[in-house]
Design a protein around this ligand. Sequence first.
Ligand SMILES: Nc1ncnc2c1ncn2[C@@H]1O[C@H](COP(=O)(O)OP(=O)(O)OP(=O)(O)O)[C@@H](O)[C@H]1O
Length: 360
Amino acid sequence: MTATAAGTTAGPRTGSGLTVSGMRVSFDIGSRGPFRGRKLLRAVNGISFGVEAGKTLGVVGESGSGKSSAALAALRLNPLEAGTVHLGDTDITSLAPRQLTAARPRMQIVFQDPYASLDPSMRVGQLLAEPLVVHGSVASAAERERRVTQALESVGLRAAHAARYPHEFSGGQRQRIAIARAMITRPEFVVLDEPVSALDVSTQSQIVNLLKQIQRESGTTFLFVSHDLAIVRIISHRTAVMYLGEIVEEGPSAELYDRPAHPYTAALISAGLSADPDSASTRERIILRGDIPNHIDPPPGCRFHTRCPAAMDVCREKAPEAVPTESGGTVRCHLHTEGPRLDGRTVLPVLAGGTDPARS
Ligand SMILES: Nc1ncnc2c1ncn2[C@@H]1O[C@H](COP(=O)(O)OP(=O)(O)OP(=O)(O)O)[C@@H](O)[C@H]1O
């Protein structure tokens, strides 16, 4: 038998789809900072999205837009103020603590920093076996050892590496160990929270290829959080763009990058031109004014209007509804229902100075 990248000896296995509806995540920051009493910072403001079983949804946005807060809440590692999360048919939100503990092997997470996420005092073999011990899913020590060896081989390491400590490995190898640890329980759903941001560029692409291979072989569903659009484009089937706690656009990755329907998506893509030489020749960089506003006191109307190069009066007054895009996604932007009426087509002609959507 040979170990696959998913650490299994069986053939492909299917993950479960994830469905998030009306998710709100708030943090009580009243006891910190200048605020007295209860003061809520709403990091995620009523978002809904789905990830098809065995596929990857990329979540992008500037720092502080709420990506990690939403991803952690999907695993119930952050408290939900409102909304539901379903993994397959299981309503994760309604699980009692003991049921949630029992469901943990089904949903795992890989963090950005493999230096911090792996206990330096434990040997790699212990680190990998720990989830199997904690969840009592594999009682026999011999079977656990076999699973650890499989998991190591599945991420390109060797059985002998089980005896070593994390500090004996490079950053890329440590992230391989973190991925093996997440996959060893054969999860249906994994959050990858900036999993390659701490790595150099060549190691990044090796890890991305490994993750794609793991998904092909295991059918695991991924939520890939990153502010690197070039990487999200490579790994994600669909992409959700977050701004100030809300999803402003969601759709198939290739179409969203080629024909962004929201000015914020277009600006993010234009800022990443160096990673996308094809676009660099045809697209101007879109400069956004100012900083991201405050989560505690967000702007009225469209939250993006204070920085939007195409803001209209209505944007200051009314929050936009989600409308379908031509490519099978959704966008929240008044340009699609008021003004030039883009009707789900790309926003690029408007941002380039023309407002005729027929040119898109
Ligand atoms: N545990 C917490 N307590 C208080 N505020 C928090 C907590 N976690 C996140 N926040 C705040 O919520 C907002 C969203 O943060 P979050 O980390 O989700 O954003 P992000 O898009 O993942 O950013 P980054 O890429 O920098 O991680 C920020 O204002 C952040 O300071």
